[in-house]
Design a protein around this ligand. Structure first.
Ligand code: AMP
Ligand code: FE
Ligand code: FE
Ligand code: ZN
Length: 289
């Protein structure tokens, strides 16, 4: 065991290609001490991960990645950690969210099918898309169906030709509501992959101040999308604001030259200390709610 962790992985319960058990097996092979499945808007893979974690000797931290909204910023990703994944309010909110997503995916597919028919292609069946998703359905599953039908060469191509032009509005949790949902389930909240927010450091700092007032607990400073300089800057920013620091690769699937579990783009080394920070802030909140 190397005392390293990866706290941002996706499984077949959202848009990852490995099952929770396969992720745990890979983590054990890499010698990781702890991992967290952070599926999009879905916690249903956590029981399987916990069981596999016990079997293969990898600590599992319960996690979820929520798509949130604040003012004109949409699709801000918020990670929840170390909550009770059986919390009824959380389960219900995620269930409603998933129902909306399924409806949206059907509307996107209807738009795409109009295009396909106009191009003299056979339309795709929604059941084919649905069976590609183990839980949360999203555009990547429609993309897989387009690739499998031979209508596009790659996922990238699927997004350019069909999924972006035929998109339908997504639903987001207002960020404050998302923070409360995770806190009420006994967990803590972390702003995911800061480079994706595409804000200057000054703007990011202002955003963090806004979210801290709402109860944000941490920043995902170790991110595949940040270089070493970026990681150092995020760590400094988080420490100054008394936020906890977490990290994860955002691994979705094994692809040559792509993001690797535990290592990201090769430079990630995420210390076990991140798990200790998560556990300690959650304990502190339980003592003084
Ligand atoms: P959705 O939440 O259904 O809108 O799907 C968004 C997901 O699609 C993101 O989380 C990415 O994983 C994936 N995605 C978005 N844009 C692209 C792209 N250009 N190429 C490949 N995957 C993409
Ligand atoms: Fe994803
Ligand atoms: Fe994300
Ligand atoms: Zn993610």
């Amino acid at each position: 065991m190397n005392n390293l962790v990866d706290l941002h992985l996706h499984s077949t319960f959202s848009d990852g290609v490995l099952t929770p058990t396969e992720l745990v097996v890979e983590a054990a092979a890499l010698g990781l001490r702890a991992i967290a499945l952070a599926d999009h808007d879905n916690v249903d893979g956590i029981p399987e991960a916990l069981a596999a974690g016990r079997e293969f000797g990898v600590e599992i931290v319960s996690a979820v990645e929520l798509s949130t909204l604040w003012q004109d910023l949409d699709d801000l990703h918020l990670l929840g950690y170390a909550f009770d994944h059986e919390n009824p309010a959380l389960q219900q909110a995620l269930g409603e969210f998933r129902d909306f997503r399924a409806g949206r995916s059907e509307r996107i597919l209807a738009n795409i099918n109009l295009r396909l028919t106009a191009e003299d292609h056979q339309p795709l069946d929604f059941s084919d898309v649905r069976k590609r998703a183990g839980g949360t359905i999203g555009r990547p599953h429609i993309g897989q169906a387009l690739v499998a039908a031979g209508y596009v060469r790659s996922m990238e191509d699927a997004f350019i030709r069909y999924l972006v032009p035929c998109n339908e509005p997504k639903r987001f949790f207002p960020i404050e509501e998302a923070i409360n949902l995770i806190h009420d389930a006994g967990g803590c909240t972390v702003l995911a992959h800061p480079p994706f927010i595409k804000a200057s450091d000054e703007r990011l700092s202002e955003l963090l101040d806004e979210f801290i007032v709402m109860g944000l607990d941490g920043l995902e400073a170790y991110s595949s999308s940040a270089g070493n300089d970026g990681i150092d800057r995020y760590i400094t920013m988080a420490r100054r604001k008394n936020l906890i620091i977490t990290g994860g690769s955002d691994f979705h699937q094994p692809i040559k030259g792509g993001v690797v579990m535990g290592a990201g783009r090769g430079n990630l080394k995420i210390p076990y200390r991140c798990v200790e920070e998560i556990r300690s802030i959650v304990c502190r909140r339980q003592e003084s709610p």
